[in-house]
Design a protein around this ligand. Structure first.
Ligand SMILES: NC(=O)c1ccc[n+]([C@@H]2O[C@H](COP(=O)([O-])OP(=O)(O)OC[C@H]3O[C@@H](n4cnc5c(N)ncnc54)[C@H](OP(=O)(O)O)[C@@H]3O)[C@@H](O)[C@H]2O)c1
Length: 216
């Protein structure tokens, strides 16, 4: 029996496209051959079944979908977020939770196969030491990464991509929503006329899932 009230699928599917495709293209299948503005090599997702995957920024738009896709593919998932998201993320099925305001994940985790860092930016290189040799660091916001030499020394692949629209991937995501394998969390909802308030909510951060704009 579905847990969702009538009509919610449409809202969920509509709330998720870019974040869902981002998680999909980083983790499951790139699905396009557009030039990558961040790196010469094509981004290649890595196997997830039976692997350990740490997701930083796990409660956000990309992160909460990424943890579910990684679980769906059979990974052991370590979610990193602030404490208010712990229950939410455990409900989504994560195996471990780290509150980054209490302990630095890069100091307490070792030997994982993959780090998906949705927070990213110049600090993403701190996760290199969290990975095993042969592991991969995928910064979703890769600008500012400066650890290429250290990554080469540690035998870690660092790779990013820029999301592209993809109808067949959206259809596959839609099927996962339909069958309750993946769900989209709604952080907050605003009428289109209040779009400014939605931007203000986004600017405050600490999002849990996606912001929805409704059209009457
Ligand atoms: N490469 C691409 O094609 C692509 C596509 C989409 C998005 N992006 C980029 O990816 C990033 C994430 O997007 P999003 O939509 O998922 O953002 P979001 O919904 O705003 O989520 C960001 C999450 O980061 C967490 N966070 C904030 N400070 C943190 C810290 N110091 N350490 C760990 N987590 C922290 C927040 O949760 P807490 O409450 O736990 O702090 C929040 O849930 C953005 O920079 C966006 O521009 C890139």
């Amino acid at each position: 029996m579905s847990r969702k009230p009538a009509g919610i699928d449409h809202v969920h599917a509509a709330a998720a496209p870019m974040a869902g495709l981002t998680a999909w293209q980083y983790l499951i299948d790139l699905g396009h051959s557009e030039p990558n503005p961040f790196q010469a090599e094509k981004h290649r997702p890595v196997p997830l079944d039976g692997k350990s995957v740490l997701v930083n920024g796990a409660a956000g738009g990309v992160g909460h979908l990424a943890v579910q896709l990684a679980k769906w593919k059979g990974a052991h998932v370590i979610a990193v977020a602030s404490s208010k998201h712990e229950r939410f993320l455990r409900d989504l099925g994560v195996d471990e939770f780290i509150d980054y305001t209490k302990s630095a994940p890069e100091d307490v985790v070792r030997g994982v196969d993959l780090v998906l860092d949705t927070f990213g930016g110049p600090t993403t290189g701190r996760f290199l030491r969290t990975l095993k040799r042969g592991g991969a660091l995928f910064p979703v916001y890769p600008l500012g990464f400066s650890g290429a030499d250290e990554a080469a020394k540690l035998g870690v692949t660092v790779s990013a991509t820029q999301v592209r629209s993809n109808g067949s991937q959206l259809a596959e995501l839609g099927r996962l929503f339909e069958h309750d394998k993946v769900r989209v969390a709604i952080d907050s909802t605003f009428a289109l006329a209040d779009a400014q308030k939605a931007h203000e909510r986004a600017a405050r951060g600490r999002l849990q899932g996606k912001i929805v704009l409704t059209i009457a």
